[in-house]
Write a protein that binds this ligand. Structure first.
Ligand SMILES: Cc1cc2nc3c(=O)[nH]c(=O)nc-3n(C[C@H](O)[C@H](O)[C@H](O)COP(=O)(O)O)c2cc1C
Length: 151
């Protein structure tokens, strides 16, 4: 799996004691109509039950946001997260892109649950992307606007 390069997201939600998040690279787009996305969530993760029953936001990280990826994967003392003001669902400040969702379906995925969310809002900014491959963080440089869309 480590030979498959992905982006990196932090999935944020309201926890018992305020906004929380978990780093996830299993994010994938699923459907345009209705608009659906999926994340594969470990059953043992603290976020597991929350993501089955409340709105959440998938924050796609920019190249400079690796400390946030480490923080929300459980690293200690890395950085303090900044949160977006006036977001009804907890969201990081200034992600490369964000996809707000409400839970739609969940499927058995062995020791994970495949959580499908229905998209209720989204946004993006310019910038390079954070990537994960070979169990290491890296970056993908932003493309210019004149590239050809293949799909
Ligand atoms: C790059 C990266 C990607 C990850 N992707 C996932 C994932 O897709 N699903 C998952 O359940 N955990 C994933 N993890 C592990 C979680 O981030 C980690 O277990 C975290 O502590 C879960 O937080 P929680 O227990 O507070 O919910 C990933 C970790 C890293 C570093």
């Amino acid at each position: 799996m480590s030979r498959f390069t992905t982006g990196v997201t932090v999935v944020t939600y309201t926890g018992d004691d305020g906004p929380r998040g978990a780093t996830m690279n299993s994010f994938v787009s699923v459907s345009a109509e209705p608009p659906l996305i999926l994340v594969s969530v470990a059953r043992r993760a603290r976020c597991h039950d929350a993501l089955l029953d409340r709105p959440f936001c998938v924050n796609v990280l920019g190249a400079e946001q690796e400390p946030l990826a480490r923080l929300f994967a459980g690293a200690q003392g890395v950085t303090a997260p900044r949160w977006a003001a006036e977001a009804s669902v907890p969201r990081l400040a200034n992600p490369l892109a964000w996809v707000e969702c409400e839970p739609w379906r969940a499927y058995d995925g062995g020791d994970h649950s495949l959580v499908v969310g229905r998209v209720t809002g989204l946004g993006h900014r310019d910038g390079d992307a954070l990537t994960y491959a070979w169990s290491r963080f890296g970056t993908a440089v932003e493309s210019s606007d004149d590239f050809e869309y293949l799909i």
